[in-house]
Every structure is written in C-alpha cells, then in structure tokens.
Design a protein around this ligand. Structure first.
Ligand SMILES: Cc1ncc(COP(=O)(O)O)c(C=O)c1O
Length: 395
C-alpha cells in the first residue's frame, strides 16, 4: 500500500471557497493591497481576522515567513553587532533572516523536546546577546514560561518563529503571541497557505508601526493614503507586501483552520492510542501545550536503531525519515561564514562564534519523523498501526 506522505496541510483544503475568493479579486482588477479600481481590502480583512484568531492587537501580512522574521528583527532594533540565540534544529531561513539584518545567530542546544533548551539559553548569553529567536519546531511550542523568565532577567527581546506551528498553544495562549513579536509563514507546507506569504503578530504598537513602514519601502500609510515618502519623509525599507490574491486565499484558509487542526489531532490520536508508548518514545511536549499535529516522531536510543526502524517502515511504503541531513550550524553559511559581500558582512562586524550543540547533534539522527498528510484515510492509519505493531513484535 502506498501511504500518503506530504507536509502540505492547508494545501489539501484548497477548494471552492478559495477559488471563488481568488476569482472575485481577479474580477476586481485590484491585486495591490493599497490601490485599485475596485479594491476589496482582502489583506486588511486577513490581518483583522488573524489578529482575532491569535488574540493579538496587530497583525501585519507580508511576503513570506523569512520576511516576517526580518521585520521582527528590524522592528526590535536588532542589527550589526548583535547576537541572536536560536536552536540549530530549524530551517535555514530562521538564521538567514537574522544575517539579513546584519546580526548573527548563536546556536544554542536543544533538549529532548527538540526545541531550544531554556537552561542552555542562560549559559550562552554574552554582552552581544540582544534576542532569543524561539523556534516552535514541527508544530510543537517551546517552553515559553521558562524562556520568558530568562528573557526578562537579562532584558532580551523574544521573537517567536512560528512558521511551523500556527494554531499551537501553550498555557492557554497561541504560540507566536507571547514574545515581543511572532513571525508566521503561509508557505505551501504550513497549517494554512496561500502558496507563499507570511505575517507578523504583536501587541506592541511601536513594533507594528516600525515593521509596517519597513515592509512598505519605509513609508507609512493610514488605510490607503499615499505613503509618507510621497513628501520625502522616508526611512530605509524594502517591499515585503502581500498581494490581494494571496490574502483572499489565506482568508478562506483561516476559516478552515479549526477543521484542519482537529483532523490532524484525530489522526495523531488514532495512531498514538493504538501503539505501545513504552516501546515508542514520543517527542515530549511541554505541560499545558496544544500542538499542531503535522507529524509524528519517535526518539530512539541509537542512530542504528533509528535507521533500522526507518528502513523497516520504508520497505512497507511508510516514509519515516530523519528530519534533515544536517543541522544548520553545520551548513557552509556558518561553517565557512559565507558572505555575499567582499567585506565579509555581517561576520566582520558581529563576531560569529561556532557552537557545538552536542544534544542536537545526537538527537536529530535518532528521531524518525513521519508527516501526517491531510489525505491519510482510515485504511492508511490501520496499516501504519499494524506495521508499528509488527516492528515492535519483531525487534
Ligand atoms: C522554522 C521556519 N522558519 C522560517 C521559515 C520561512 O518561511 P517562508 O518559507 O515562508 O519564508 C520556514 C519555512 O519553511 C520554517 O520552517
């Protein structure tokens, strides 16, 4: 049996509603969020609806998740000379967005949860440390209570990279709404999607306004007014705006988010309630957390055991695998401090120091992941459970 294996959660829910919304925008001929002959204000609407869903004051839609992280850094005055603490177990964009601001990441080890270890944060703080980029990996929120306590003690900014965890919660709050800013992605593999896209969430008006200006070439608009740069009132910025077409689709996807999350949880529960959890060690989640069940993962004692399990499952058409072939602190970008500029910027200003992260180095090779596709059917789940049971009985 071929078992569906893809991480494209929201993508599977693209249907008539998204098609209708996209057609309406095309018919309006107003694809730019601020002007058009018959503007439908879809981006405004998406921002309002998302702010309500997350329970925050401000949401700013932008071109992608990496842009949202960069905007969060810029808004929080993170730049050359600064160091941002983060886990090396992430997608490269988390760290590239920090480099793009002229700051450098400092990689901090993870714990069994596969997220940043709050104890290691404190040990890695230096006079250059300005912020913690908390990455809620693979749908699971970090231990925000502990992280916020360290941040408060050392007066550090907290940015939450919630690209992979829109909809997860911790201590009754949505991930991405606890630190100074949350950065989210709407890329095809995320909880909800419009192909590419992202947004920033915050309760702080100043941070929101700074990010808004930066994302619109450094101008400020109220509603659809002309930006302040029309009068020469400028500050450096870039163009990170989302289009009306994307926003219309994202808006329809947002209406489906509870359905998407509920279905994923049912799938995860179906499997975990039927297998022996003394044999299969699940990734531990922090107390009082609600996950985005985009995947299931098992931690093994050794790399060999993990590989044996992966092969067994792959031979039966179930595509378990390790998450990545390398941690990002081992990528050339950091190993050789690769820069686009002959001056070696930003490494020449913010002194990058490599760090070993032994726990992450050992764990990422010992954890087998399987993406819980939104198209998994009961027959697939039964088969997966049977294979997991068979493996346990054979070994
Ligand atoms: C953890 C993490 N951070 C940031 C990003 C960047 O998001 P985007 O692809 O929308 O730029 C991703 C995207 O996959 C991600 O997984």
């Amino acid at each position: 049996m071929i078992i569906p294996n893809d991480p494209f959660l929201g993508t599977h829910y693209i249907g008539k509603e998204e098609q209708k919304a996209a057609r309406e925008v095309l018919k309006s001929k107003s694809l730019f969020r601020y002007h058009g002959p018959n503007l439908l204000y879809k981006t405004d609407e998406f921002e309002k609806n998302m702010a309500k869903y997350l329970g925050v004051k401000y949401v700013l839609a932008c071109s992608n998740g990496a842009a949202a992280i960069k905007l969060a850094c810029i808004a929080n005055d993170i730049g050359p000379g600064d160091e941002v603490l983060m886990s090396p177990f992430t997608f490269i964009a988390s760290a590239s967005s920090v480099l793009a601001c002229g700051a450098v990441p400092k990689f901090v080890d993870i714990d069994e949860s596969m997220n940043i270890d709050p104890l290691q944060i404190e040990k890695n703080i230096s006079p250059q440390t300005k912020a913690i980029l908390v990455i809620h990996m693979q749908g699971q929120p970090c231990d925000m209570r502990k992280i916020m306590a360290v941040a408060k003690k050392y007066k550090l900014v907290v940015i939450e990279d919630t690209a992979q965890a829109l909809g997860s919660e911790i201590n009754g709050k949505k991930a991405g709404t606890i630190g100074n800013c949350g950065a989210f992605s709407l890329q095809a593999g995320k909880t909800i999607t419009c192909g590419e896209g992202g947004f920033l969430a915050t309760n702080n008006k100043t941070l929101y306004e700074r990010a808004k200006m930066y994302h619109d070439n450094g101008g400020y608009r109220i509603g659809c007014d002309y930006p302040t740069w029309e009068n020469g009132k400028t500050i450096f910025g870039e163009n990170f705006k989302l289009t009306e077409l994307q926003s219309a689709i994202a808006n329809e996807q947002l209406k489906k988010i509870n359905k998407i999350l509920k279905r994923q949880k049912q799938v995860y529960n179906y499997i975990t309630q039927k297998i022996d959890l003394d044999f299969y060690h699940l990734r531990p989640a922090p107390k009082h957390s609600e996950l985005v069940y985009s995947n299931i993962s098992f931690i093994f004692k050794t790399e060999q055991e993990c590989q044996k399990f992966i092969k067994y499952m792959n031979d039966r058409g179930i595509n378990f695998n390790i998450y990545c072939s390398n941690l990002i602190n081992q990528f050339d970008t950091f190993k050789y401090q690769q820069s686009w500029h002959h001056s070696h910027f930003p490494y020449n200003i913010s002194k990058y120091q490599s760090s070993k992260c032994p726990k992450a180095q050992s764990l990422f090779k010992r954890v087998a992941w399987f993406s819980l596709s939104a198209s998994l059917k009961k027959k697939h789940l039964k088969y997966i459970v049977k294979c997991l049971e068979d493996y346990k009985n054979e070994f």
